[in-house]
Design a binder for this molecule. Structure first.
Ligand SMILES: [Zn+2]
Length: 133
């Protein structure tokens, strides 16, 4: 095995550090391919974990992954093959940007929709910050 690959493998196994050090565990997508489509089996569960509406989170994924898709029951179908690594990166980014509170690092937040900005409100510490969705 190449040394670099060895390092990569090692890195993959290390727990990911989060800036806030919170104990909240980011959801991981449980996916499989169906032909050229990608199905996220636990989409419903992911949305519950991050406390966001499935339609809202799906919209983000469609945009970020540049693929159309549809919510089917508890699952999300993406019209292209999306590898789990990329998908989980997008989920992780979303959690960092639009779920976790900057002040206290807790995920107990909700979004107040407004024009021109949406506001992320933390239910744990009351912090507010504008976010883009
Ligand atoms: Zn907070």
């Amino acid at each position: 095995m190449e040394y670099n690959q060895l390092l990569d493998n090692l890195y993959e196994k290390l727990p990911k550090k989060t800036s806030s050090g919170e104990r909240f565990e980011k959801p991981i997508a449980d996916t499989f391919f169906q032909g050229t489509k990608t199905i996220i089996r636990n989409f419903d569960e992911i949305c519950r974990t991050i406390r966001r509406k499935p339609e809202e989170f799906a919209k983000y994924l469609f945009k970020e992954l540049a693929t159309p898709g549809s919510i089917e029951g508890a699952r999300l179908t993406l019209q292209t093959k999306v590898y789990p690594k990329l998908l989980n990166e997008k989920i992780s980014n979303y959690v960092d940007q639009s779920v976790i509170c900057n002040e206290c690092g807790k995920p107990d937040t909700h979004v107040e929709y407004g024009q021109p900005v949406n506001t992320l409100i933390c239910e744990a510490c009351g912090a507010r910050r504008p976010i883009r969705l």
